[in-house]
Design a protein around this ligand. Structure first.
Ligand code: ATR
Length: 277
């Protein structure tokens, strides 16, 4: 029987993950006998790693690239929202079973509530991008009752697929970037989920923001660079902006809460992550 409870994150690569420092600091601050370890797991070893972690008594773990979808067959149960999203970022041990969750979308929503406003519902939302991150955010927002969410993507068909395959129904259109630029003034919340703005494309923005509504709240899930070219443009237009640090912190905080029953201090988590950037 382990006296120190063991948690971790599995991925490939994993060395640069900021999760260990964030979780270990909170375990320490909250006086918990627990440790969070980065496990470098290659795709070929995924199944044996998941079984092995159960055998050695790991309490729970996070999953990052490239295992978020591949892990599903090796878990005992999947939360319905995570099942719909088709990706798992958090696993909890319950009665010796591995239960899979996705806290990415809810992490995004909590950060939005913390940095913008608590009551969400009537927003007119534009999501830019139709990859895995967009899917987690789109499905979660719809599942929480935010009904007006359009998606624009370079490949419009991918945006359409995402809308059509979603079990939570709302009023959504799939748009080209050009169409989204035309309609931009009508959105009160704009969420950038593509990799445009990350190294080496740090000077690029997916959309021109000349028609941005000045009252809009604009979010980019990237936090390195800390302020993308897209967010700089939004700020120049007078919009309130948010980078992806809050989403990262809250997805971790929600995982921590599922494992320990205690919500950690997200302000302290944000500070420690910022120090590493
Ligand atoms: P993630 O899981 O991080 O969201 P992904 O599934 O690879 O990553 O999705 C990447 C997203 O960024 C997609 O929306 C992709 O657009 P396409 O579906 O058209 O490929 C978008 N993206 C990445 N690079 C892009 C670029 N140079 N221009 C436009 N869109 C880009």
């Amino acid at each position: 029987m382990l006296t120190v409870k063991l948690y971790g994150v599995i991925g490939d690569p994993i060395a640069h993950s900021l999760s260990p420092v964030m979780h270990n600091r909170e375990f320490k601050e909250l006086g918990m006998e627990a440790y969070y370890h980065p496990f470098h797991i290659k795709a070929a070893n995924l199944e044996v790693a998941i079984k092995g972690m159960k055998a050695i008594g790991v309490e729970g773990f996070n999953i990052t690239i490239p295992h978020k979808t591949a892990i599903i067959p090796f878990l005992d149960r999947i939360d319905p929202l995570a099942q719909a999203i088709g990706a798992i970022n958090t696993v909890v041990r319950e009665n010796d079973q591995w239960i899979g969750f996705n806290t990415d979308g809810e992490g995004f929503m909590r950060a939005l509530q913390a940095e913008w406003k608590e009551e969400l519902g009537d927003e007119r939302v534009l999501i830019i991008g139709a990859g895995g991150a967009a899917k987690a955010i789109f499905y979660t927002l719809l599942s929480k009752g935010i009904k007006h969410i359009d998606i624009c993507n370079r490949t419009v068909e991918r945006a359409l697929n995402l809308i059509e395959s979603c079990p939570y129904k709302g009023y959504s259109s799939a748009l080209s970037f050009a169409a989204a630029e035309d309609k931009l003034n009508g959105y009160t919340l704009v969420i950038q989920t593509t990799s445009i703005g990350m190294y080496p494309n740090v000077d690029q923005s997916p959309l021109s923001l000349s028609r941005l509504n000045q009252q809009a709240f604009v979010s980019d899930i990237i936090y390195n660079p800390f302020q993308t070219a897209f967010l700089k443009l939004a700020k120049e237009q007078g919009a309130q902006i948010q980078n992806g640090l809050g989403m990262f912190v809250y997805q971790g905080a929600l995982a921590f809460e599922k494992w320990t029953g205690e919500m950690p201090n997200t302000k302290r988590m944000t500070e420690i992550v910022m120090k590493q950037l």
